[in-house]
Structures are given as C-alpha cells and as structure tokens.
Design a protein around this ligand. Structure first.
Ligand code: ADP
Ligand code: MG
Ligand code: MG
Length: 878
C-alpha cells in the first residue's frame, strides 16, 4: 500500500486517506496554484503506527527520504546543507479539520550548521536565528512535551535585556542566546542532546504528530464534536518545504476567509503579519493587521491573494479559509478548507452564491447545517436598556450574539461552575486549545489579546457563542481574580454582558431581545418551503406562540397543550377549586367558569392560525400536578399551627388530604390523560364543548378556523370510543344550538406502546394520529424521561451503550419501528390519514429525516425550532 503521496500525485477528493489539509494541498498543487513542494503520509500509516505499538512501518522512512529528494529537485535546496538548506514543516491533518487540536513543527532541518547556511543564503542572519529559535521551541513542545511557559520566560527575558517589546525586534545576538537557552531546556527535560541530524528530527516529528492524534485535547475535541472513526480515522502527516514569512519586511504570513465568516459579505476577511511565521497569527501571540491594509502595504501580493481566493471559490464552490505566506514578495498557499461560518454567514453566502450562479438552490439548502441555524434565533442586547448600563471597554467583535453572565478568569473554575448551571463568561488574556472544555460550559468568551482569527475567535464562532477578543485595554490580574479597565475593577463572580456583534463589554446583566429573521433567511426558507414535503407545525399553547410560529413559517399547530392554559395566574386557583370540589355539582360550577376561559383562549389561538389546522389536546397531566406538593403543605401547616390561624389551617389540611389521595408512586404511568377523561368525564366534556363553542363563534364571524381534538394516553379502542361518544353527543348538541354543521376532526395520540400495536383498531374511530414520541420513547425503553439525564444516560453515552439520547433524536430501530407499524396500520384503514409527530423530536433534524422517509404528514416543533425544521425537511427531500 502506498504510504506517501507527493502533492502532484494525491487525489484531492480523498480526505479520508490524505486528511483535509493534505487533500487540499494536492488539489491546489494540481490546479497549479503556488503551493510549496511537499508530500503527505497517509492516515493509514497513522493507524499502522498505533497497531504496531507506536512504531513507524519499517519502510516508511525510506519512502520519506525519496520524497525529500523530490522536494530537493523542485526547490533546488539541499537537505542538511551548509550552503542552501532545505527546511520543512511537519503538519498534522485529519479528514475533518480540528483547528489547533494537533501539532505542527516549523523550520525542521535546522541545526548549528544548517543555520549558518540559511543565514548566508538569505543574507539575513537574524532571520536564520529567528527560524532556529522557533524550531527548537516547537520541537521541544511537540516532540518532548516541554511546557511552553519555560520558553516564554526565556524570550521575555531576552526582550527585557535588549529593551525591546516585539519578538520581531530581537537581534541576532539575542536570538542566538535564546536558541542556546531553549536547547538547554530541552536537554534538561530529556537528559539527551538536542537532535541535530535532520532525518532524526523528521522521524521524531512524524511520530509526534501521529501521537497528537491521541492527545487529550484531540480526543476531547472529537468526542464533543461527535467525530467518530467513520468520519476521521487517524491523522495524516504533511511535510512541506518552508516558505518564509519572517525573512524581512517584504515577507508576511496571514489567514484569510474569502468571505466574511461573521456576516457572509463578499470581502476578504482576515489578518496578516509582516515579518512573521504562521504560528504567530494562529496562536494569537501577536494581533495581526486587517488584511485590507495589505492592499496598501503590499499591493502586488494583495492582488495575487484576491485572484487566488476567487479561483479557489470557483473551484470548491464554497467560501474558503486559507493560510498564505509571502516570502520576499513571492506568494505561497499553505492551506485551504471550506470556511467555517456562523449561521448568518452561511445563509447569506447560500443566497449570494446562487445569485452569482456558483451553486444551485438545492446545494444552497443542503450546505446549511440545520442545527446551526438556531444561532439566527439568538438573542441580542435590548437597545433601549443599554443606556442604563456602563460600557466597560470595547474589543474586537469576533463572534456575534449577546450573552450575560458572571465573569470567571480560570478555565477549571469556569468549567466547574458552568457544569453546575451558572452562566459563565470566560475572561482570559488569550485561549489555547486545551481551554476548549471551558468554552462548552460558558455562555460567552472575552479575551484581552488576539485577533479575529485567533483560537478563541475561531472556536467560539464554530460553537455560535458570543466572543470578543483583542480587548487590549483590559488588565487581567489572575492572582487577585479580577480585571480592570482604568480604575474600574471587575471581580470574578461579578455580572457582565458581552455583545459579540459590536465588541462591547458592559457591567451588569443587560436584558436581551429576541432576534428577527433576515431577508436572506426568508429567501432560504422560501426555497426550503418549496422543496420540502413534510408539513411543519408548531407546539404552541398561546396566541403569541401561534403568531411567532406563523411568522417563522409554521403551518398550523400540531400540539396545543390545554393544561398549560390552566397555569395562568388568573386560573390556577379555579383549577385547584375544581380538583378540590366535594361533589359533582360544585365541580361543574367551577368547570363552567374554566370553560369560558378556555373558549376565549381557543378563539385567540385559532384566529392566529387562521386557515391552518390547530390540534387541541385534552388535559393530559395527572391532577395532583396542579396541587402544592405534600412536603410544602406540611411545612405550611406547621407554620399555621404555630401562628394558630385556624381557618387557614383547616384549608391546608384538606388540601393535604386531597394531595395525598391523588399522589401516585409512578405518576408518569398513572392517572393521567384519557384515564382522567374517563374518570372525571365533566373535565373532557367542558374542554370539548369549549372547542365547539369557539369554532361556532369563529364560523359566525367568518374566521376560517380548523380546530381538531386529540386524546392523550390512549391505549385501546375502547377508551377512544368511550370519549368519542361524549364528543358525538356534544357535537349534536352544539350543531343544534348554533344551527350549523361543525367539522372538528377527532383523533388520538399514539404515545403508548399498545396504541402503536393496535393502531389498526384505533384507525376505525380516529380521523388522525399524532405520535407523542416523548412518551412513546419512555415506554419503549422503560426510561423515565424526567430522570434519565441526571442519572445513567451520560454514562450510557460515554460507554457507547447508546449512541444518541433517544429523547433528543428518534431511536429509529425501536421507537421508529413502532411508528412504522402505526403508520401502515392507520393508512391501511384510511389511506389519506393525517399522521404527524408532536414530541420534542419534531424539531430535531435527524428525526425529521426519519419522519420524511416514514411518510409522515407533518412534524410539530416548538416555535423557535420551526425554521430549523423547515430547512431539515427540505434537506430530507433533496
Ligand atoms: P494548524 O492546523 O494548527 O493551522 P498548520 O499545520 O496549518 O497547523 O500550521 C500552523 C501554521 O504554520 C500555519 O499558519 C501555517 O500556514 C504555517 N505553516 C505550516 N507549514 C508551513 C510552511 N511549510 N511554510 C510556511 N508556513 C507554514
Ligand atoms: Mg492550519
Ligand atoms: Mg405525552
């Protein structure tokens, strides 16, 4: 098997074998773009390395040497030469890009002799020694695992000694002593001389890059991002001849997005540094200059950059994120990959690229990550409230969206506090890849250093978390757990608000407002509406929810939970009275009042959804959920006894008695849903009547309302028929009362396993089905949906007993099979039967795909998920 591919041989499509970086470099080389000569060692070799107990395959180094010879021929430079030495970088690169998660070594091939050659050949000894110190540092860190801080101390001291501030101002003499110190650090660490033979260096570097695949950061990153073996299995190693951005003021290095990844506008976006090497920009050690300035500073190179970007976009049909280096005016490309953008950027570029005829509408839809679009529905700072808060400082807006929370200056503390549910804003001078766990647990990130392409910015954007970087006026004092701007001090634990769209940091917690859908997003949603086949409805139980859902493109309500309407402050008391009623007359009296309230609620919701179906589910939860819990009542009774308030005490005691009567060991499988409807028929009667009354009133007012009534927790046809009789009687009564025909569909939820299994029976009475996948999942697994998350589920996922949380994404094999049984049984009896799903799964893209394939009529999701559901449904249909 071929272990090594020179860049003009490798297949640019084969990211699995060559890694994303290697494949990109092959493709660009073959497009005749200016890539420094180099080669890729495949991901298969990485796997062999691990299978062999961390040993390189025997033939590998011979292959590598052959390819080094090829580079020598292309470049005219010589390996280990004292005249014109060939130096290379050794870079990781897996099938999926994992920014900053694995290791890279630059300037490999330097030793005390070749450095002199480099100095002579370049006529720039300072540059040669700068490259050498960079090499020893990276090699020490990556290969030997030396702590970076040790090198930093030496460098800082050198700057102090020479009385300069920038790394780039260090002179040859200082750099020489830095190299000596650096080598000593390494030698102390390993107890061995620093390797001077370039091939020995190369072999060690290759092993180290393979090793970084199983480094802790990389493992955590893969876990968090669900990068499984079938997606990326091992890293490739790229050996690339060096292009030197640190050769002087006509040299530079930079990172550029072909379009702005924050808002998608077509404009080169990125940073560059003159007289520097790539690591400086990527690690955020020095804050780069906006690439726009290059237009003036290095016009010829800028032009080349612009043309290259356009060519890459035309070729890849995706905005790219590239790395480039300019060596004495000559432009080199070192990496390209599809740009990671936030949702605004993705949506805008989808629309723009269709307009530019770069892609078609289907591609515009499929390239979106449905889940990521949630960002578009993110909050912003309430503009009216801003003036009441102090603007602390401004930094670089790196990832949009607003967040408020408590400032935390330590990665471990931030992780722990976030895990405990605190809203944390991580405040650091800069962040490193090993800080990523804290990102997951924070609501926002603020750093005092770095630019828009620094580590913190890239990672935060990928996660859709608000982030501000390069806030240089911020003085961070880790020891005293505080930071300050001039005389304003913020202590760890104080509330702050960051606006990642403007770069502003405020003191205190500012209220945030809901987002609006942009024109581009509307366009995308329109395209999606046209191709999707599934209906998208909302789970909504208020008129506002219904309106929001409609604005977001929802077509109907798939689940209106009537019990939510009883929780309003003006009615919870009435509902308790109803439960506490001593006899049926009393209960009916209260129910009449509740009926009036429900009717007016229904009218408002039906109006908001005029023209679309609104599925009203009758009362589902067990009655005791509406009573105070016995423990609280006991405490209250205790207090009342002490105060000797007899009347109140009596009331509380009666309430406690009733609460105890209604209590159940296992309420989720208890006296709820249709079981309440059968044992307290007056409740369902009231609700059914309220729906009919609302429908009749709206019909009189020429409002095109389509209510339908849905019964929860049905497990048998006998239950359903029992309620159907009540429904029929009320229907007759109402039609004669209003002297009109009233068409209100009567259907059932399928959320009990037995219902799915006997769906053929249910279909004779039910006019529609709606899968309640929350309860159905609970019943299928016998997992209590209220408890799993905090108990065994996380461990199940860790140990890969479960691949996904079945309450988030439909368990296709189990729950999905039950659904298929239900669907085919239902449609067998009624071929055009409307069958939908109203569990939380209705907003989950994977589940939506399943629903599309299972031929469901619609999915119902919470209003905020509707745009996501529309896109996911379109993607399923393409
Ligand atoms: P990462 O995946 O962390 O970006 P890379 O392997 O891409 O790591 O390299 C890190 C930095 O070094 C990048 O800025 C890259 O452009 C630069 N670099 C890598 N190889 C070379 C090379 N041969 N010549 C010049 N710069 C290089
Ligand atoms: Mg890179
Ligand atoms: Mg249910």
């Amino acid at each position: 098997m071929k272990q090594v591919y020179f860049y003009d041989e490798g297949d640019g499509k084969n990211k699995k074998l060559l890694g994303g970086k290697g494949a990109g470099l092959c493709e660009m080389t073959q497009l005749k773009l200016p890539v420094p000569p180099g080669f890729t060692i495949t991901t298969q070799v990485c796997n062999e390395y691990y299978q062999n107990g961390k040993k390189l395959p025997k033939t590998l180094m011979a292959e590598v040497k052959k390819n080094i010879t090829k580079i020598e021929k292309r470049t005219g430079k010589k390996w280990n030469s004292k005249e014109n030495p060939l130096l290379v970088s050794v870079r990781s690169g897996a099938a999926i890009s994992m920014p900053g998660m694995m290791d890279t070594i630059l300037n490999l091939g330097l030793n005390d002799e070749t450095v002199e050659g480099l100095a002579k050949k370049s006529n720039n000894p300072r540059f040669a020694w700068d490259s050498y110190r960079r090499f020893v540092q990276l090699f020490g860190k990556v290969v030997f695992g030396v702590d970076d801080k040790k090198f930093d101390v030496v460098l800082e001291n050198a700057k102090l000694n020479q009385a300069v501030q920038a790394d780039s101002a260090l002179n040859e003499k200082s750099l020489k002593s830095v190299v000596t110190e650096y080598k000593k650090i390494c030698e102390k660490h390993t107890g061995m001389p620093f390797p001077s033979d370039p091939f020995e260096q190369l072999e060690l570097a290759i092993k180290a890059v393979f090793g970084s695949w199983m480094g802790e950061r990389a493992i955590v990153y893969r876990e968090r991002n669900n990068i499984t073996k079938d997606i990326a299995d091992g890293t490739a190693v790229n050996v690339v001849s060096m292009a030197f951005g640190n050769m002087g003021n006509d040299s530079a290095t930079g990172v550029v997005f072909t379009r702005n990844p924050g808002d998608g506008t077509r404009h080169l976006f990125g940073e560059y540094l003159v007289n520097a090497q790539g690591e400086d920009v990527v690690a955020g050690v020095r804050t780069g200059k906006p690439v726009d300035e290059m237009k003036i500073e290095m016009p010829a190179s800028y032009k080349q950059l612009e043309q290259t970007c356009e060519r890459l976009e035309r070729h890849y049909k995706e905005p790219q994120d590239i790395e480039f280096t300019i060596e004495r005016g000559i432009f080199y490309l070192l990496q390209t990959r599809n740009a990671k953008m936030n949702a605004v950027g993705m949506v805008k570029t989808s629309v723009d690229m269709v307009n530019e005829k770069l892609i078609d509408k289907n591609r515009a839809l499929t390239r979106l990550h449905a889940e990521q679009l949630e960002q578009l529905l993110h909050k912003t700072i309430d503009s009216k409230s801003i003036k009441n808060y102090t603007l602390l400082v401004k930094g670089i807006a790196a990832s949009p969206g607003a967040a408020s929370g408590i400032a935390v200056l330590d990665v471990k503390r931030a992780t722990a506090m976030g895990e405990n549910g605190a809203k944390v804003i991580l405040v650091r001078e800069e962040t490193k890849p090993e800080d990523v766990p804290a990102f997951f647990e924070s609501v926002g990130i603020l750093t005092s250093r770095g630019g828009k392409t620094s580590h913190a910015a890239v990672v935060a954007r990928g996660m859709g978390k608000p982030c501000i970087v390069g806030c240089s006026d911020l003085r961070i004092d880790y020891d005293n757990k505080q930071f300050s701007v001039d005389d304003k001090i913020v202590h760890e634990g104080d509330a702050i608000t960051i606006d990642g769209s403007t770069g502003s940091v405020y003191l205190g917690e500012i209220p945030t407002t809901e987002p609006k859908i942009t024109d581009d997003f509307k366009t995308i949603l329109e395209w999606a509406q046209k191709v999707k086949q599934l209906g998208i409805r909302a789970n909504a139980d208020t008129p506002e929810g219904a309106r929001l859902a409609r604005e977001f493109g929802g077509q109907g309500i798939g689940l209106c939970r009537t019990e939510r309407m009883f929780n309003g402050s003006d009615r919870i008391g009435l509902f308790v009275d109803m439960i506490m009623a001593e006899n049926i007359e009393e209960r009916k009296k209260v129910l009449t009042k509740l009926g009036e309230l429900q009717k007016s609620d229904f009218i408002e919701i039906l109006k908001a959804m005029e023209g679309y179906a609104v599925t009203i589910r009758l009362l589902d939860p067990p009655l005791h959920e509406f009573l105070p819990n016995p423990e609280e009542l006991n405490q209250k009774i205790h207090k009342l006894e002490q105060k000797n308030e007899i009347a109140e005490l009596e009331k509380a005691k009666i309430l406690l008695k009733r609460a105890k009567e209604l209590a159940e060991i296992n309420p989720m499988m208890g006296h709820r849903g249709v079981r309440v409807g059968i044992t307290y028929p007056e409740i369902y009667e009231m609700q059914i009547r309220a729906v009919f009354e609302a429908a009749a009133e709206l019909a009189k007012n020429k409002v095109d309302a389509h209510p339908q009534i849905m019964i929860p927790q049905i497990s048998s046809i006998a239950e359903l028929n029992h309620i159907k009789k009540i429904y029929d009687n009320i229907k007759k009564e109402m039609e004669s009362k209003y002297n009109m025909k009233l068409k209100i569909n009567f259907g059932t939820m399928i959320e009990v396993v037995r219902a799915a299994l006997t769906a053929n029976e249910l279909a004779s009475t039910a006019e529609f089905f709606s899968f309640g996948t929350n309860d159905l999942t609970q019943g299928t697994f016998s997992f209590s949906r209220e408890d799993v998350e905090g108990k065994f589920l996380p461990e199940y996922m860790d140990k890969e007993i479960l691949e996904r949380n079945p309450f988030q994404s439909i368990d296709v094999n189990g729950v999905g099979s039950l659904m298929k049984i239900g669907i085919s049984a239902g449609r067998n009896i009624k071929p055009d039967m409307e069958i939908g799903i109203c569990g939380e799964h209705g907003g989950d893209p994977n589940s939506i795909k399943f629903c599309h394939n299972a031929n469901l009529s619609y999915v119902s999701a919470s209003p905020h998920r509707i745009p996501i559901a529309i896109i996911a449904a379109a993607q399923a249909a393409i």
